[in-house]
Ligand binder design. Sequence first.
Ligand SMILES: Cc1cc2nc3c(=O)[nH]c(=O)nc-3n(C[C@H](O)[C@H](O)[C@H](O)COP(=O)(O)OP(=O)(O)OC[C@H]3O[C@@H](n4cnc5c(N)ncnc54)[C@H](O)[C@@H]3O)c2cc1C
Length: 467
Amino acid sequence: MIVIGGGLAGLSAGVALAEAGWRVRLFEQRPFLGGRATSYVLPDGEHVDNCQHVTLGCCTNLDDFYRRVGSAAKIKFFDRLLFQDPQGRTGEMQAGMLPAPFHMTGSFATFAPLTLADKRSIAWAMLDILRGKGRTADLDEPGGISMLEWLKRRKQTPGAIERFWRVVLVSALDEELDRTDARFGVDVFWKGFLSNRTGYRMGVPSVPLAELYDGCKAEIEKRGGEVNLRMPVRAIHIADGAVTGVEFDGGRKESAEAYVFALPHPAMAELASEEMKRCEPRLGELGNIGVAPITGVHFWFDREVMTEPFVTLLETTTQWIFNKTALYGAVNGAGKEKGQYLQLVISASYDLLQKPRQEIIDLCLKEVRQALPASRDAKLLKATVIKEAAATFSPQPGVDRWRPTQETKIRGMFLAGDWTATGWPATMEGAVRSGYLAAEAVLRNAGTPRKFLQADLAADGFVGWFC
Ligand SMILES: Cc1cc2nc3c(=O)[nH]c(=O)nc-3n(C[C@H](O)[C@H](O)[C@H](O)COP(=O)(O)OP(=O)(O)OC[C@H]3O[C@@H](n4cnc5c(N)ncnc54)[C@H](O)[C@@H]3O)c2cc1C
């Protein structure tokens, strides 16, 4: 069995197939595992994530994967999400005593950045999602509708759109509301905030991301497999509608009974030959799936400037500030000095792509100083900006029609990756789902079916009675 790509999709497929008794040979082009959800060491020795990654309680497959590879304890879960507007007003989202779907009622009622009219309009839209159990009739319109259109149809106030829907969804889906299929947006609220009490809990790694994958190599090697780094695949060979091998630098060829290609979709499109596209036309359609950017900004201050583990800012370019020093604890050198390391996240950061790094640093520093009074006198020791132009696939209306299933018409060829048909947006959960689905497809084809995909969190509270 050959797996190409050592991101979450390839790793989850590889670990699942190894567990099913297959000898897995995984090939990754980079010198480390984790793909987009990884970390690396800067020339000055600092460990930085390729942007902060967070998970939610509703990400059941990612949770299962972390358990399989022994990383679950490295994720810290938080029950309280904190929001702050430019006027310094704060709001929280935290489950209270009431059962779902009313568990957020207390937080929502006291959420200062929203007016009563904003809250009333949001409550009506939530009721609509509840009534449809996560599906409203207009989600099935041909070609899909945008989230903005969905909100307008439900007469959401400008404040509700800007200070609530946009804040949650741009971060969760990495796209602006007018370019997001409403199906994904509604799903975030159904799975994360309405159907049960724990779906919204935010999980943040307490170690640099690359350390989450330490157990993967061992799991694969335990069953006689291997993980090969710095091994980019340069060509895929097919004959008579079946994969016959993959080619690496220097003309080295490897073959296997089955292949899982767990590459980002632009890389897969590049490797797909005309013959492959003839056999599997969906490979020729990958160009229809767009991409969206995320920018991460890293600040190291000479002193403590925040005490919260993270905060969401409203109506600023900076969307999230993560207090990496607090999240890492003693890891990554934190605690050795009195300084503090913050990581800022800006999703759908189209406006920043062309801006010089120093301009981004100046802009974000101004916002941090506005939001965190303790940072005003602090000295910024260093700063780094990491722009990912193709961070995720863009969840545009109707995008699902271009997402291929994990099983293809080419014999021996299986696909994985957050962009394949999982029903989920581009997330770590989506990537693991795709890996599990690819592993299931391999096993089904081999006549030894086995299930890896985990069920969604069950609806609970009053919602549980009706679902
Ligand atoms: C900045 C940023 C922030 C994000 N934040 C979050 C978040 O907070 N929460 C969340 O859930 N998701 C987040 N995501 C999305 C998440 O990282 C991805 O959805 C997920 O990691 C995708 O995994 P994958 O395995 O499908 O693809 P990838 O991680 O891209 O893995 C593909 C792998 O294939 C390798 N590869 C490519 N070409 C070749 C080749 N020719 N030969 C061999 N190997 C090759 C690549 O090096 C890579 O390791 C974020 C993404 C980015 C970029």
